[in-house]
Design a protein around this ligand. Structure first.
Ligand code: FAD
Length: 390
């Protein structure tokens, strides 16, 4: 079997891995990327045409600088490739004042100095008449720099940019083992083995299979598309029904956005402020089938109440996977005391918007450069028990 030697090998070229490959190659590192599927495939976590892009990130006040880095990198990359990779059409967080979408977005905006507009109940109701049954005290936070980004073209563009900068890419190649050795890392595949100084492992829902012992849980989470009841209505275009997260009183909430050039009205469910989904012990066992009753009944009932102008039966449904970490933040950095492995995963359902910014951090961490923002809240070792001293 052929053995290749390189500075860094990146395992898994989805959102995070393709970004790491690109940012490593941009620094002149000798880098090889390996992906088990085609580049930009629909079997992991980075498919389904669109992702919400938010800057005032409700999930953690340390996230806005990472989203802003993605914005800058994708805007430049899109200008080079002539593709629209990100659209800044704004986004709305709605819910009771103490809910995560509202309180979390305001906290992140305050900490990171992100400009947002607060909407009281009357302003929210006037702006979004499509939202039926607003809670009596629901209010909104408008994030004007937010919008949508486009996962498949972004993953392909990141890989292509890396290739142009000299990275070698193996698609359709399953990594069967990543072994840490005294003087480097050995990455095994059925057709080629690679010896590198360091490895970035970004295998998404499969991260726990490649690096065992991580506290990660993959969950099957469908994406749904809907159409207005009145086919002539423009109430649900992106302009009038912008990207949003709405935490409704009673637990069930929604995220979604209106239709635009090349995409339809998209919605997903949230349970208690968290993307809804079914856990699987092994990502290879995630159910790929669509179940007309089990997948549709809950969201249809919720849509009839929340958005009466939409036909509650989805026109399309696509399974996707989120990978939860215990605290809902990503795992980015060294996973143990060896200096050889850097991991990237635990996306917890909100990682795509940060992919390019995380790729930059992964390149900096792998090459021992100072990072452009704080990463302690993402350090995988936060889940390692502190050794007891005697
Ligand atoms: C329904 C849904 C809605 C979402 N909405 C949003 C949103 O609106 N905004 C947002 O920011 N985020 C959102 N997310 C989250 C976002 O999509 C993820 O954070 C992001 O896609 C995670 O990327 P990843 O690189 O970790 O995983 P992936 O993109 O899945 O990449 C992992 C890659 O590793 C490869 N791989 C696995 N094992 C191996 C192996 N052994 N050898 C080689 N390759 C391997 C896989 O094939 C895959 O390509 C959503 C996710 C879902 C499921």
């Amino acid at each position: 079997m052929e053995t290749l030697r390189t500075d860094v090998v990146v395992v898994g070229l989805g959102a995070f891995g393709s970004a790491a490959l690109w940012r490593l190659a941009a620094r002149g590192a000798d880098v090889i990327g390996i992906e088990r599927q085609a580049i930009g495939h629909a079997l992991g976590s980075s498919h389904g045409v669109t992702r919400l892009f938010r800057i005032a990130c409700m999930e953690h006040p340390g996230l806005p600088p990472i989203a802003q880095k993605s914005l800058a990198l994708w805007t430049d990359l899109g200008a080079q490739t002539g593709e629209v990779l990100i659209e800044q059409t704004g986004s709305l967080n709605a819910g009771p004042p103490g809910s995560e979408p509202v309180a979390g977005a305001l906290a992140a905006a305050r900490t990171a100095g992100v400009p947002v507009e607060e909407l009281d109940h009357a302003a929210l109701a006037a702006r979004q008449p499509q939202y039926g049954a607003l809670g009596a005290d629901d209010v909104g936070v408008w994030d004007p720099g937010a919008g949508l980004c486009f996962p498949e073209p972004i993953v392909r563009a990141q890989v292509e940019a890396a290739r142009e900068l000299g990275a070698k890419v193996f698609a359709h190649t399953l990594v069967t083992a990543v072994e840490v050795e005294r003087d480097g890392v050995l990455v095994r595949t059925p057709t080629v083995e690679i010896r590198a100084q360091r490895a970035v492992v970004a295998t998404g829902a499969w991260l726990g299979k490649v690096v065992p012992g991580l506290p990660l849980v993959p969950r099957r989470t469908p994406l749904y598309w809907f159409e207005p009841r009145d086919p002539g209505s423009d109430e649900f275009t992106l302009e009038r029904f912008p990207a949003f997260i709405w935490q409704r009183t009673g637990g069930i909430g929604f995220w979604g956005h209106g239709s635009g050039d090349g995409y339809g009205v998209k919605l997903g469910l949230e349970h208690d402020g968290h993307v809804a989904g079914t856990p699987f012990a092994d990502a290879d066992e995630v159910d790929r089938y669509v179940h007309p009753r089990a997948d549709v009944d809950e969201i249809s009932t919720a849509v009839s109440e929340a958005f009466p102008g939409l036909d509650p039966i989805p026109v399309k449904l696509l399974p996707c996977i989120v990978t939860d970490s215990p605290d809902g933040q990503f795992l980015i950095g060294r996973s143990d005391d060896t200096d050889r492995l850097v991991i990237a995963g635990g996306d917890s359902g909100h990682g795509f918007k940060h992919a390019a910014g995380l790729g930059e951090l992964l390149a900096q961490l792998t090459l021992d450069e100072p990072t452009y923002c704080d990463t302690t809240f993402l350090d995988p070792r936060r889940f390692t028990p502190t050794p007891t001293t005697h």
